[in-house]
Design a protein around this ligand. Sequence first.
Ligand code: KIV
Length: 277
Amino acid sequence: MKKLTIPDIIKRKGGEKLTVLTAYDASFARLLEAAGIDMLLVGDSLGNVLLGYESTVPVTMEEMLHHARAVRRGTSAFVVADMPFLSYQISIADAVKNAGRFYKEAGSDAVKLEGGPEVCAAVRAIVTAGMAVMGHIGLTPQTAANLGGYKVQGKDADSARKLLADAKALEEAGVFAIVMECIPDRLAKVITESVSIPTIGIGAGAGCDGQVLVTHDLLGMFDKFVPSFVKGYANLAPQIKDAVSAFKEEVRAGSYPDAKHSFSMQLDVDKLFSDEG
Ligand code: KIV
């Protein structure tokens, strides 16, 4: 599949829906590309899903780069890397330098960062330096505590107005697409119709220009917490547990490995050692 370019992605606004899924390693990246997913997101959700943190806050630049490099080795599709907490908030220089690390050290095609007007100076500087930025508004997990936890955003008039203003500010700052997380579907549709760049929804209804999910959620592999908007397209956790238990039982019973899963040899090794001994 030919890698999308930024103009290709922007042209999809209002047209064929964009598909985005998280990838954290080369083997998943290869599978998602083979299935024709448009963009792979090295999400900082890897903090919860892979690294066992309680939130995305502890995730570091080094951890993100390690996974972004692995994803790049597995795919030639369009890869977006999440900028972790405090990699773009401390100074504009830091934001540009850290975005650049994803480009130079991991071969990423774009970076994503969370927030509205407060991150627009960083977005402008990264875009001016020649890189592509995806925005992320609504439920922003890195600052979820300030939003009252992992809750739907934009339900009252003030917060709905704020989300529309956030999207317009990001568009004006130069993002090429905006993730909208946990927003009522009608508000997400209004925002989608008010900006000229694609919106990518997650828990934001069908009116967005594309959809993103955490792959482990879609596959039913992460059963610690499953948000209500996730549709499980497979339920792999029980299958994984069953397969692993079957391995354990067969090893204990001595039925694995059998002859079919062992290497044979012509030489009569028992005779060889008894002759030599
Ligand atoms: O980190 C992530 O996986 C994300 C998606 C949920 C949009 O930001």
